[in-house]
Design a protein around this ligand. Structure first.
Ligand code: GLN
Length: 545
């Protein structure tokens, strides 16, 4: 039977619970166990798909088309798991499920209550869709003490009771801040947070204490004493210079060893931890052989969580080429006024990432034109591909009024709303006035590559690939001939030939637009080939100047 590890957070948000869960998952995998990682989000949206990136950061999309929390990105990047729809749930989804059952009469006249009906639905979610996992790591979003989180905390308390303490572990991630006036690290916030957790019926087994300097032995003992945790289960989680060092740092502090002890596991095979792949990556990150600068022209550039997977994938491309990748985040609207394109001059590569809505779109199109004319490597992802096609339409194919219907009616709709497409044998349909939530083309779809193209070369001459999507609009194939005549090559298409997936300009050092999101499938150990190729082109570009 699977063992459950529940990860809660205390004191403040943004302590990196997701990364902690992912790192522990990778340590358990390194010991030979099969893991699963799940996230429970206490907000009332059914999923994060309708939330602004300013509110929530990036929406991470799984192969099976779930729009999920960005922590699932950490889980996939740090472990071998492939996350599914059933790995992320929100209070909104739980409540809508309970209310739908109530309407159907499933509760047979009973009064529907948070305990037991909502907590039962949460427990059902946590324990469903499992096969032969050794460990299920369940992260609870938010901070202990939040009103919204209470049903989730209650549900995991009940599970601890039902499954037995030898099958459940509670890890609490807290902050041990340094107060400069006192010249000391303070344990009181952690004590209070654990007290709060205890008042909800949960005694943590392990404390993961985030800190910016070493926790002295006496403070560790104090934490152990007041929080009722064994001293060697007060794990110091010191800030690190690269996230790839987190599994190593946690291992050095004995995290996985303490997890093994808690569950009473001492089998030989499982005690061996193979961490050299992490230290190799940390070594490359700390001692790069060069550096490149990529200009990322987007809309949410002051909130880097909005582009989490993208910045990770770019750094993976750097690891593959042994270079540091400096990211120059540029707000696209600046390229709509006057002579501002010089901001792009020092860039070795220009990238326009995914995006929604008209604001800043013209600035992105101007950035594409700059990259094309100056022969700087250009990488367009989703919206960035759509803007590249519009730019090619306007500048190369003689369609000055080319645009996207995402911004309203236009004379030459090179990019238009997709209302019907096929997924395997199933035809999916959408209407203009459908709900916004969950109605995009989502998840992994196949794409056929044109032999001899740059795309085919990047993907090692595979004829068909699968990549993840999240968009409502598509490049309109009625314009394909005119665009191809003007020099834009459609090097990747959906198998039915209806949906353009990749475009490229052969007469350019590196100019590729993709309708999908390759950043969602890049891992530090397996950098995505498009990012590896783009960063290589940027390295070549940096040698030119
Ligand atoms: N807004 C565009 C669409 O819906 C692009 C979406 C994206 O970049 N993810 O098609």
């Amino acid at each position: 039977m699977a063992r459950f590890i529940f990860i809660t957070g205390g004191v403040v948000s943004s302590l990196g619970k997701g990364l902690s869960a992912a790192a522990l998952g990778s340590l358990l995998e390194a010991r030979g166990f099969k893991v699963r990682l799940r996230k429970l989000d206490p907000y009332l949206n059914v999923d994060p798909g309708t939330m602004s990136p300013y509110q929530h950061g990036e929406v991470y999309v799984t192969d099976d088309g779930a729009e999920t929390d960005l922590d699932l990105g950490h889980y996939e990047r740090f472990t071998d798991v492939s996350c599914r729809q059933s790995d992320n749930v929100t209070a909104g989804r739980i409540y809508s499920h309970v209310i739908a059952r109530e309407r159907r009469g499933d509760y047979l006249g009973g009064t529907v209550q948070v305990i037991p009906h909502v907590t039962d639905a949460i427990k059902e979610f946590i324990t469903s869709d499992l096969t032969d996992e050794d460990f299920v790591l369940v992260e609870i979003g938010g901070t202990i003490g939040d009103i919204e989180g209470l049903p989730f905390v209650e549900a995991i308390r009940q599970l601890g009771n039902e499954r037995g303490r030898d099958h459940t572990l509670y890890a609490h991630v807290t902050l041990v801040p340094y107060i400069s006036a006192a010249g000391e690290l303070k344990t009181k916030p952690t004590q209070h947070s654990v007290k709060e957790l205890l008042s909800l019926g949960i005694q943590p087994d392990i404390l993961l204490c985030r800190c910016d300097r070493e926790i002295p032995e006496d403070s560790r003992r104090k934490l152990a004493l007041f929080c009722n945790v064994q001293p060697d289960r007060v794990i110091q989680a010191l800030d690190v210079d690269t996230i790839y060092d987190v599994p190593i740092a946690y291992h050095d502090q004995g995290l996985d060893e303490q997890v093994m002890k808690h569950f009473g596991i001492n089998k030989g095979r499982e005690a061996e931890v193979e961490l050299s792949r992490w230290s190799d990556i940390v070594g490359t990150v700390r001692a790069p052989e060069g550096e490149v600068t990529i200009g990322v022209v987007g809309k949410y550039t002051n909130l880097l969580d909005a582009y989490k997977s993208l910045s990770e994938a770019l750094s993976h491309g750097g690891i593959a080429n042994k270079v540091r990748v400096n990211l120059n985040w540029l707000e696209s609207e600046i390229f709509e006024q006057g002579d501002t394109l010089q901001h792009l001059e020092g860039c070795d590569g220009i990238l326009v990432p995914g995006g929604f809505g008209e604001r800043g779109a013209e600035g992105k199109i101007n950035a594409v034109r700059f990259a094309r004319e100056r022969r700087i490597p250009y990488f367009g992802i989703c919206f960035g591909m759509q803007m590249a096609v519009i730019e090619a339409g306007r500048s190369l194919a003689g369609m000055p009024n080319a645009g996207s219907t995402e911004f309203g009616d236009c004379e030459e709709p090179l990019v238009g709303l997709l209302t019907e497409w096929s997924r395997g044998n199933v035809v999916e349909r959408r209407n203009e006035d459908d709900d916004l939530g969950g109605t995009m083309r989502l998840g992994a779809y196949p794409c056929r590559l044109r032999p001899g193209s740059r795309a085919a070369e990047i993907y090692s001459n595979n004829s068909e690939i699968r990549e993840r999507h999240r968009h409502r609009y598509e490049v309109n194939i009625n314009y394909m001939k005119r665009l191809e005549d003007a020099g834009l090559v459609f090097s990747g298409m959906s198998p039915d030939g209806e949906l353009p997936e990749i475009v490229e300009l052969p007469d350019h050092p590196w100019f590729v637009g993709v309708q999908f999101h390759p950043e969602l499938k890049s891992k530090p150990f397996e950098p995505h080939p498009i990012f590896t190729s783009f960063i290589k082109a940027a390295v070549d570009q940096s040698r030119l100047v």
